[in-house]
Write a protein that binds this ligand. Structure first.
Ligand SMILES: [Zn+2]
Length: 236
């Protein structure tokens, strides 16, 4: 989720309260029974956007595949091995979401360049949708070029193959306004205590996104509030 536009660090949580209030009236949603494919532009987007769903779905015995498009390697440019570090973090996070195996397809697309490498993603998704899967992708207007390019390719594959798709916002929660939230069609996947706890523990695996000196998350301290909800909200 790196390299996105800045959001208002002075936000006192009012917007999050408004979002929760608006979303409260949305209907519940769950994927169709069967395999789930979660497409993420950067490691951690998958956990932030759909970690609770991944936990619940794997626990219910369904196959889950995570397509990790880039390795988010621009986060810490001082480390030559950052690509490997972030892949290892993702695998550790997924193990915290589920003890059952979750398949990871790391595509190795350069961070920030998803638009230039859309075919790599297209080919993998075309192969995965031969099964009756549900696709989970970032929201197509998420305000980050990698998120939007990833979403557009996944939407294209879903529409061409008649595959159900739901989209998770990440940066949208920080640059949108209540009327935009209200204008979208939402489905809420409810998270039980175990799913919320697994998601929180999984998010702790992304250590390389902490400031090495101060151990402070590069993301604002308020960022997690959007991802500590007792539900995950998907655009349908
Ligand atoms: Zn991202």
């Amino acid at each position: 989720m790196n390299q996105a536009k800045a959001y208002d660090a002075a936000d006192d949580g009012t917007f999050e309260r408004e979002c929760r209030s608006l979303l409260r009236h949305s209907g519940d949603w769950a994927p169709q029974a069967g395999p789930l494919v979660v497409v993420a532009p950067h490691p951690k987007d998958d956990v932030l956007g759909a970690g609770g769903l991944v936990h619940s779905w794997a626990r219910a015995g369904h196959a889950v595949t995570v397509v990790s498009v880039t390795d988010g390697e621009a986060t810490d440019v001082s480390r030559a091995d950052r690509r490997l570090i972030r892949r290892a973090e993702l695998r550790a996070a997924l193990r915290r979401l589920s003890l059952l195996h979750i398949e990871v397809r790391s595509l190795g697309v350069p961070n920030g360049k998803v638009r230039d490498h859309q075919n790599r993603l297209r080919l993998v998704l075309e192969e995965l949708v031969r099964e009756p899967v549900t696709l989970i992708a970032p929201f197509e207007h998420d305000g980050h070029p990698d998120h939007e390019a990833t979403s557009q390719v996944t939407l294209e594959i879903a529409r061409r193959n008649g595959v159900p798709i739901a989209r998770y916002p990440i940066w949208t929660w920080h640059h949108t306004n209540p009327s935009s939230v209200q204008a979208l069609s939402w489905g809420l996947f409810r998270l039980g205590t175990a799913a919320q706890r697994a998601k929180a523990r999984a998010l702790q695996c992304f250590d390389s996104q902490l400031s090495p000196l101060r151990r402070i998350p590069i993301l604002s301290a308020q960022m997690p509030a959007n991802f500590e909800r007792p539900f995950e909200a998907f655009v349908l």
